[in-house]
Write a protein of this length. Structure first.
Lengths: 292, 308
């Protein structure tokens, strides 16, 4: 008795092999669609906006006339925003991560904090805007200042920094810790002099990626009432300001066709800032990767 | 003579401030860690308090069952949220139709077919796609996708649900692809090799072995992506319009919950007006939607995980 009917197997084999090769290309095509979308997006924006890019575009304030419209206030405003967001979010994020990884006992409070951080990461950014509007703008009376926007953004990116820092701290080998304790160092000395220096590349990479999210985020700024047309630069953190994505949003939503070009030029500037930040993150990651 | 190490340790242990530091630092760090908890409490309290004020002016049932959203009407403002929810769901539906097949196919390709080199190129590209600010996607939807759609289907208006839906879909592809790929990569190699040894083709291994085994992770990734699509703001603000409506039309202007919040924030809704409080009620509804999705994703990936 033959267990395998050769005829049947051969007949079915063809179909299976054809399906196999067809689907391989379907899956590849799907992946390439995502790639294609990115290429089209970048190509469109560069071809639309490159013509408007000039030194004047970077040094002019916003204007009613598209040909005179510049991005100075927004660019400087975004830098001011980062000046608040970077220290606030990194101190809060790294502090939380150190607590959770080094000090927290395995109890309900710790589990609650962990769960809470992962839930916070799923809250839409526009809702963070509502929080900022109530707490920072109104309750603490910060108005639509750099400080109010900066605090709101810091809370928005906090979960990202906490998770990245936790991973970085966790990947520091236990021997380093043991050796430090063995030499008589206290816990805090070990953290400051051994663990943090070893974890800093991971922490920095995660933080820069989080900050680049904050630079491109628009919705919370709109909700807390950051203005768009500003003809001066902020002199301090209590001054009002505008930011790159706000300015781009304003230009994109204007009906005149000319402003689309200006918006595209603004997007090029924003993407250049993001590219710069991401390259720093990649350089840090490659330079310090796998030291242990 | 130099002091011995033991003496030095004894000496430094005698220093008071060092002990104090060791005691104070954990407390400070605990306070820092509780900022995230305070943030959550802040979000929930803010939304609840302002929403309750809203409900003193607009009856609760009129809000959740009302079929007309006419907040800016001078005569008789109406706050029935259903049109905004329907608008959000329209965009989300199209995003899911675009992103789920592409995202999961890309995940299968990356985890089952791609060589290490190809993966090393494709994964960063997906990361870049995930890092593009949503305002840029919004601009793309308004100035490229909509005109292209209009060229093919002339009945589509300048503001519609389809174009932002497609672009939100593109935005969530990386999320589905990378989370699903993680789930598929964690399926043990031995199972795949077993199937291959039995004479399965690569496609059969992917479709009948890997995907079912990683299904909980794949579904969780889709649910998380849906949550992201619901909360997406800038793409719909720029490209979907501001016409809340309760019908099945995808080709004309609609309004989503997020876009309404932006529309009101952009204008000058005076503090204390009903319109001002309405953005909190809408925000609260949005928050509930995304929370339910996030909890569901966590539940699915825990409850239905295949353990090997």
């Amino acid at each position: 008795m033959r267990y395998i009917e050769q005829q049947t197997v051969v007949k079915r084999m063809n179909g299976r092999l054809i399906a196999n090769s067809i689907f391989k290309y379907i899956f590849l095509a799907a992946t390439l669609i995502a790639l294609l979308a990115l290429v089209i997006l970048l190509y469109r924006i560069v071809t639309q906006g490159a013509g408007h890019l000039s030194i004047e575009f970077l040094t002019n304030f916003a204007s009613r006339f598209p040909e005179k419209a510049g991005i100075k206030a927004a660019l400087v405003g975004s830098l001011w925003l980062m000046l608040v967001v970077a220290p606030t979010s990194i101190i809060l994020g790294v502090g939380s991560a150190i607590y959770l990884e080094e000090y927290a006992k395995q109890n309900r409070i710790t589990t609650f904090i962990r769960m809470n951080i992962s839930n916070l990461a799923g809250v839409p950014s526009v809702v963070f805007g509502l929080l900022g509007l109530t707490i920072f703008v109104r309750a603490l009376a910060l108005g639509n200042s750099v400080l109010a926007a900066g605090f709101t953004m810091s809370l928005l990116i906090l979960p990202v920094i906490v998770v990245a820092s936790q991973e970085a701290i966790r990947s520091v080998p236990g021997e380093l810790r043991d050796a430090s304790y063995g030499m008589g160092a206290t816990k805090w000395q070990t953290i400051v002099k051994i663990i943090l220096p070893a974890a800093i590349p991971g922490i920095l990479t995660g933080s820069i990626l989080a900050l680049s999210r904050a630079i491109g985020e628009t919705a919370p700024l709109i909700v807390i009432g950051i203005p768009v047309i500003i003809q001066f630069l902020p002199a301090g953190v209590m001054d009002t300001f505008t930011a790159l994505p706000m300015q781009i949003y304003d230009w994109s939503s204007r009906p005149q066709q000319e402003f689309q070009t200006v918006a595209a030029a603004g997007i090029i500037v924003l993407m250049a800032v993001l590219l710069f930040m991401n390259s720093i993150a990649v350089i840090i990651r490659n330079k310090f990767d796998k030291r242990y | 003579m130099r002091p011995s190490v033991q003496e030095m340790i004894a000496q430094s242990n005698g220093k008071k401030n060092k002990k104090v530091i060791e005691k104070i630092i954990p407390i400070i760090l605990f306070l820092i860690a509780s900022v995230s908890v305070l943030t959550s409490i802040g979000i929930v309290l803010t939304l609840i308090v302002e929403t309750v004020t809203f409900f003193t002016r607009v009856p609760f049932f009129d809000f959740i069952f009302g079929t007309t959203w006419l907040p800016f009407s001078n005569k008789e403002a109406q706050f029935g949220i259903l049109p905004l929810i329907v608008g959000t769901l329209k965009v989300t539906l199209i995003a899911v139709i675009v992103a789920v097949p592409i995202g999961i196919s890309a995940a299968i390709y990356l985890s089952e077919y791609a060589s290490e080199n190809v993966r090393r190129i494709l994964k960063p590209v997906l990361e870049v796609l995930a890092g593009v600010p949503t305002i840029v996607y919004g601009f793309f939807a308004l100035t490229f996708v909509t005109p292209v759609l209009q060229a093919v289907f002339p009945e589509i208006k300048i503001f519609n649900a389809i174009s932002p839906g497609i672009v939100v879909g593109i935005m969530i592809i990386p999320m589905i692809a990378s989370l699903s790929e993680d789930a598929m990569s964690s399926v043990p190699k031995s199972i795949r090799e077993g199937a291959l040894a039995m004479g399965s083709t690569k496609f059969e291994v992917a479709w009948k072995i890997t995907v079912p085994a990683a299904l909980s992770g794949i579904i969780a990734s889709v649910v998380l992506a849906v949550s992201r699509a619901i909360g997406e703001t800038m793409i719909v603000s720029l490209a979907a319009g501001s016409t809340p409506r309760l019908d099945g039309d995808f080709t004309g202007s609609i309004q989503t919950m997020t876009a309404y919040i932006v529309q009101v924030s952009k204008g000058d809704a005076g503090y204390g007006t009903t319109i001002y409080y309405s953005i909190y009620a809408v925000g609260f509804t949005l928050f509930v939607f995304t929370m339910v999705m996030n909890i569901l994703a966590g539940y699915v990936s825990k409850r239905f995980r295949e353990e090997y």
